[in-house]
Design a protein around this ligand. Structure first.
Ligand code: AMP
Length: 309
């Protein structure tokens, strides 16, 4: 059992109050794969240019990440540059150079077509649907999207959403898809568009999950030193999907636990530039942070009758 991820791989230039890095490994598929592999093997389907440095490839070329679907195309690799505000809650995109990513037409290797679990990272909703068409029996289909597709390819996105079982988006995107200002209402509105579950990422405040039968909210971990939030959302998706697919059954209990693992994995990403925070994670550290969340959210109702007049 493995997970296929289709998304971007690129070179990021990032400036935060903690410093600046130039052209380091980035892209949604990179963060997703490096998080999900703690639970299940991941097959990456993406494209890079012939200038993609060996150093960046080596960071992805780790146990349980299959790079046979990483196409190397003649031309330049996708590049992105962002600058964060002082509180790191907002960022400005300085530059997006799509390069070979502009002509990305995902072709799944034969072995990957049989996979049941697929994460459609933030790409054109038409391509997301093409990928689903290549899978022989997709079962657990998760997807992400962004404001650009919501605004410019709404009808296509709506078609894709009909085939998506779990949508993972941030608060702003949830509002924009649904037209609802309140995020919990936005999540419920999205449930009528196709997905049976919606996960809304809330940055440093964690994430919540909404399905027909469960609403579950998980706080963000109080991290002492936030260095770079880039990729936290895709890392969340990797932790969430990895844990859920590994648990095997999609039920309320497992969905709740998967949200916790999403928050835990994302907490490591923000501690270092690019994928460095994620790359040094241990299983013990994951468990310890999951226990910290269990502890942070534990409380008792036993005295309620006495304190409530
Ligand atoms: P996040 O911080 O979770 O939004 O993810 C940031 C990652 O998304 C960076 O590594 C970027 O390389 C990548 N990225 C930025 N813009 C795009 C885009 N238009 N399409 C695909 N990936 C992108």
């Amino acid at each position: 059992m493995s997970i296929a991820v289709v998304g971007s791989i690129g070179l990021d230039t990032i400036q935060t109050p903690a410093g600046r890095v130039h052209e380091v490994l980035g892209g949604s598929a990179a963060y997703f794969a490096l998080a999900a592999r703690y639970f299940l093997p991941v097959s990456v389907v993406a494209v890079v240019g012939d200038d993609f440095p060996g150093e960046a490839r080596a960071m992805l070329d780790v146990p349980d990440v299959d790079l046979s679907g990483l196409e190397v195309s003649a031309g330049k690799t996708f590049r992105w540059e962002g600058v964060y505000s002082d509180d790191m809650n907002t960022r400005a995109t300085i530059r997006t150079e799509l390069n070979v990513f502009e002509r990305f037409d995902p072709k799944l290797p034969e072995r990957t077509r049989a996979l049941r679990n697929v994460f459609l990272a933030n790409i054109d909703p038409v391509l997301q649907r093409n990928v689903l068409g290549q899978l022989s029996r997709p079962q657990l289909v998760l997807a992400d999207t962004m404001n650009y597709w919501i605004r410019n390819k709404r009808a296509e996105l709506m078609e894709t959403l009909k085939q998506v079982r779990i949508l993972i988006i941030n608060e702003e995107e949830a509002r924009e898809i649904s037209g609802e200002a309140l995020t919990h209402k936005a999540a419920r509105a999205i449930l009528s568009m196709g997905p049976e579950t919606v996960v809304v990422k809330q940055g440093e405040h964690g994430a919540f999950l909404q399905s027909a039968s469960v609403y579950f909210s998980c706080p963000g971990l109080p991290i002492e030193t936030v260095v770079d939030p880039t990729g936290a959302g895709d890392t969340f998706a990797g932790g969430f999907f990895g844990a859920l697919a590994r648990m095997g059954r999609v039920n309320d209990h497992n969905l709740r636990r998967a949200v916790v693992y999403g928050c835990v994995l994302a907490s490591f990403t923000v501690e270092g530039f690019g994928v460095t925070g994620l790359a040094r994670v241990t299983r013990e550290a994951i468990l310890s942070r999951a226990e910290a969340i269990a502890d942070m959210t534990r409380f008792s109702l036993s005295d309620t009758a006495r304190i409530l007049r």
